[in-house]
Write a protein that binds this ligand. Structure first.
Ligand SMILES: NC(=O)C1=CN([C@@H]2O[C@H](COP(=O)(O)OP(=O)(O)OC[C@H]3O[C@@H](n4cnc5c(N)ncnc54)[C@H](OP(=O)(O)O)[C@@H]3O)[C@@H](O)[C@H]2O)C=CC1
Ligand SMILES: O=C(O)C1=N[C@H](C(=O)O)C[C@H](O)C1
Length: 270
């Protein structure tokens, strides 16, 4: 089979650059195009130069439609507004769309669902192996313990991050809610400020820290009377997410249109 032709959108971003490098290092995949928004100062710059790996002969363009028509898949770690446009284009081209973008609204999710009738969509708040394993462990812990154990999810990210709670914190929240057999929307407490009163039994709390260059740290804390369990993942670089994204694209090639998650890719749902 020919190497999978992958378009990296948001090519100049922190994840875009990591993805260009990872695709280039992956057997069976090539960067066929690199896309930024119109007016970006990197239009025309070589994608390999942007990623710090030397010339690839792939200049960055602002023409996703032409790029998608010639590709097998798209790697998309951008913004919700950009992602819903790319989802529509990927559906038109009937190709794989790997979505790492976080902070999507319910309306954005509905647009992605509609696109997944024609595209093969893999979307996850975190593409790393470690976090997806952590979600399974958190689900198991929440199922084993009763509501005398209070569940709190703590995350810290770099100062540039624009959405909160992180996609990963929400993914972990879904996992513990599922373990407990409750809905996350009904149980979650995402902000505490002022005279909050005592903790609501059975609630799932979120706490967000932002600062410096932290790549991403997440803890699921299960706090009981006299003892506490902490399950933690620390991302040391962005390559772990990029490797997961490229793995997802290769896995999705030839699959039926629909929505899949990283747990499907890693066989954690089997
Ligand atoms: N699921 C996962 O495993 C991971 C998910 N993420 C998520 O990925 C997203 C991106 O993160 P990060 O790389 O740090 O962010 P960056 O801001 O560094 O990168 C986003 C890039 O997308 C570009 N962009 C925005 N709109 C468009 C458009 N319409 N067309 C083309 N390019 C566009 C931005 O350009 P400009 O800056 O000029 O606007 C920027 O270069 C976030 O939502 C983050 O939470 C991050 C890591 C892992
Ligand atoms: O914005 C980031 O950087 C990250 N975003 C994802 C998230 O929202 O969880 C994944 C990772 O933690 C890095």
């Amino acid at each position: 089979m020919d190497a999978m032709k992958l378009v990296v959108v948001g090519a100049a971003g922190r994840m875009g650059r990591a993805l260009i490098k990872t695709v280039t290092e992956t057997y069976g995949a090539v960067v066929s195009d690199a896309i930024e928004h119109p007016g970006s100062p990197v239009i025309g710059v070589d994608a390999g130069v942007l990623a710090g790996i030397g010339e690839l002969g792939v200049p960055v363009t602002d023409d996703p439609l032409t790029a998608f028509a010639a590709a097998d898949g798209v790697l998309d770690f951008t913004t919700p507004a950009a992602t819903i446009v790319f989802a529509e284009y990927a559906a038109q081209a009937r190709i794989v769309h790997v979505i790492g973008t976080t902070g999507c609204s319910p309306e954005d999710e509905a647009a992605i669902d509609a696109a997944a009738r024609h595209a093969v969509v893999v979307k996850s708040g975190n593409m790393s192996l470690g976090v997806n394993l952590l979600a399974g462990l958190a689900r198991q812990a929440a199922a084993a313990l009763d509501i005398d154990f209070d569940i709190e999810i703590l995350e810290m990210h770099h100062r540039h991050k624009v959405d909160a709670p992180s996609g990963t914190a929400l993914l972990l929240g879904e996992a513990v809610a599922e373990g407990r057999g409750v809905g996350l929307a009904q149980s979650s407490v995402r902000v505490r400020d002022g005279h909050t009163g005592p903790r609501q039994p059975g609630s799932i709390g979120f706490a967000t820290l932002r600062g410096g260059s932290v790549v991403g740290e997440h803890s699921v804390i299960l706090a009981g009377e006299g003892e506490r369990i902490e399950l933690t993942h620390r991302a040391e670089n962005r390559d772990i997410f990029a490797r997961g994204g490229v793995k997802a694209a290769l896995w999705a090639r030839g699959k039926k249109p629909g929505r899949y998650t990283m747990a499907d890719v890693l066989g954690l749902n089997d």
